[in-house]
Design a protein around this ligand. Structure first.
Ligand SMILES: [Zn+2]
Length: 200
């Protein structure tokens, strides 16, 4: 393998998810050919995202202040909380335009094989919120795969003890084994509005 700045760029691009060696090479040569202001705008965007983005103190979504834009929006419904695995799932659900409540981001899903249990997720923080906020429904919007279902099951059991709290799960019909972020907004919107009550 050759060295030098071009190779470094190819190597770094190749570490990104979904980018194989050939794509990394193609993107690197594209960047080198780009007009300098365009390339610098991209590098600035990366630096800005890395230095200015933090996690929301309330819901753990991405934020540029103590609270994310959704938590800071007082027009949202405080009574419905959508629990998701990652900040990108918030984007997927927002895209449906069907949800006006608030979110809680777990930052992962339970996966005993990878050593990820409830303690590694933002579950304690979720329980604190359920004590502090006027939440009457929790929608479990974890991914329709093994880890997501296990996490939803665990949460459903943990939340059962909270009086008057309705716990729902996205309707079935989502592609099994997939990630919410790849589900089109119509299908996801339908799964959201057809959510089923886990108490009954
Ligand atoms: Zn937030």
């Amino acid at each position: 393998m050759s060295s030098g700045v071009v190779q470094t760029l190819i190597d770094e691009l190749g570490r990104l998810p979904g980018i194989g060696p050939k794509s990394a090479q193609r993107i690197a040569f594209h960047l080198i050919k780009m007009a300098e202001p365009d390339a610098l705008r991209l590098s600035d965007a990366i630096v800005d995202a890395k230095t200015k983005v933090v996690f929301c103190q309330r819901c753990w979504n991405l934020a540029e202040a103590a609270l994310c834009s959704i938590c800071a929006d007082d027009r949202r419904d405080d009574h419905v909380l959508c629990v998701v695995e990652e900040p990108r799932d918030v984007v997927a659900i927002e895209r449906t335009g069907d949800f006006r409540g608030r979110y809680h981001v777990l930052h992962g899903a339970m996966s005993p094989m990878d050593g990820i249990g409830p303690e590694q997720l933002k579950i304690r923080e979720l329980l604190v919120r359920l004590g502090d906020e006027p939440i009457s429904e929790v929608i479990l919007c974890t991914n329709p795969n093994l880890e997501g279902e296990a996490t939803a099951l665990f949460l459903a059991r943990s939340l059962k003890v909270i009086p008057d709290l309705v716990v729902t799960r996205l309707a079935s019909g989502l592609p099994v084994g997939g990630d919410l972020e790849y589900v089109d907004e119509v299908t996801l919107g339908r799964a959201l509005s057809g959510r089923r009550n886990l108490d009954s």
